[in-house]
Design a binder for this molecule. Structure first.
Ligand SMILES: C[S@@+](CC[C@H](N)C(=O)[O-])C[C@H]1O[C@@H](n2cnc3c(N)ncnc32)[C@H](O)[C@@H]1O
Length: 354
């Protein structure tokens, strides 16, 4: 689960923690500059700022024809090089990664082993202003379908309750999550990775992916696998967190993120939220709809606040910061207070012929 302000994803891989753009030690930052990683940010800034500064402080000398060698050195070094350096430092400061960042897959496995059912626990009680619930909204386009529905990264399988009469199969890597699903009588479920589905080509009529695509890695392999198992004309219905707009609860989220010391939870595929329709099109899907709805849930007391913070993926964040975030949200909590979760539902389909 994660909602919050979004860090600009890497333009090479689309990930927040990109090995081509992220750095830990200063020597790695220097290497990134040497490889030209900062050039796309630095050069346009320098072109504009450098030209304006040159016209202002050296323009007369140049147009008079009295420019000397030192004039040109000043123009290049001061007017152009300084903006390149400043813009590069700005770029790099947003790409610094803590040295102890936990590898994502291991973190995710441990997180769901220790908290099976957490996503459902957080999302299930949430409602929008029409008192509708997120999972019910998600499954609307899937109801009454005769062909197999694959719930990708099904977790504790909350959608099974809502698709009782349909042919349904849940897949997840977490045995803890699947145990919760089975204990609730939600079946069949299979333990498997989203990038290696135990299904034949074109055997699935619809894929349901609740809160999954921004966390599944590598996303390109997962999407390639979906297009393999989906039959021509098959549909994908995905629910993802999306950008938080202005409104109630923004301050509470800001307090939480400030206490954590991050602009947003570091998901591996942040572009698979508001940018999901664009990604799906590149995999051959036609996007039928992409709708945003703001759900919210009670944060009445410190218990709700602690559960909420526990529901965030926070790899590499120190314990004292997590405790500070809990305390910040607990101080905001009171009966009647509701924290918003903006969600996006994307419905897309593959072309009917291969
Ligand atoms: C945010 S939870 C969503 C769970 C469920 N869809 C729900 O809405 O309650 C993400 C799920 O992805 C599962 N997961 C993580 N990596 C996976 C992978 N490579 N293949 C399949 N499932 C994976 C986790 O175990 C977890 O249950």
């Amino acid at each position: 689960m994660a909602v919050g302000l979004v860090v600009e994803p890497c333009r090479h891989t689309g990930a927040q923690l990109c090995p081509w753009c992220s750095w830990t030690r200063p020597s790695q930052a220097v290497l990134l500059v040497a490889r030209g990683r900062t050039a796309r940010t630095g050069f346009p800034v320098a072109a504009v700022v450098g030209t304006v500064l040159s016209l202002v402080n050296q323009g007369t000398v140049i147009t008079d024809g009295t420019a000397t060698g030192s004039t040109w050195v000043r123009v290049v070094v001061v007017n152009y090089a300084v903006p390149v350096i400043v813009a590069s430092v700005g770029y790099l400061s947003g790409r610094r990664v803590q040295a102890d960042t936990v590898p994502w897959c291991g973190y995710l496995a441990g997180y769901h082993r220790d908290r099976p059912g957490i996503t459902e626990l957080l999302l299930e009680p949430a409602t929008d202003r029409r008192h509708e619930r997120p999972y019910l909204w998600l499954v609307e386009p899937l109801r009454g379908r005769p062909d197999l529905i694959l719930d990708l990264a099904c977790g504790s399988a909350p959608t099974r309750e809502l698709l009782r009469d349909e042919r349904w199969l849940g897949v997840d890597t977490s045995s803890g999550e699947l145990a919760v699903a089975k204990a609730a009588g939600r079946s069949p479920v299979v333990r498997a990775g989203a990038d290696q589905l135990p299904l034949g080509d074109h055997t699935v009529g619809a894929v349901c992916a609740a809160m999954a695509l921004p966390v599944l890695t590598p996303l390109d392999a997962v999407l390639a696998e979906l297009t393999r198992v989906l039959r021509p004309g098959g549909i994908l219905v995905a629910l993802v967190p999306c950008r938080l707009g202005p409104g109630r609860g923004l301050l509470a989220w800001w307090r939480v993120m400030r206490a954590l010391g991050i602009p947003s939870p570091p998901w591996p595929n942040p572009h698979a939220r508001d940018g999901l329709p664009k990604i799906l099109r590149t995999y051959g899907f036609t996007v039928d709809s992409s709708r945003r709805r703001v759900f919210s849930r009670d944060i009445s007391d410190p218990h709700d606040a602690a559960l909420m913070v526990d529901g965030l993926y926070l790899p590499g964040i120190e314990l004292h910061r997590i405790e500070a975030a809990r305390a910040a949200l607990a101080a905001w909590a009171r009966p009647g207070r509701r924290l918003p979760f903006p969600l996006r539902r994307v419905v897309a389909h593959l072309p009917s012929t291969g």
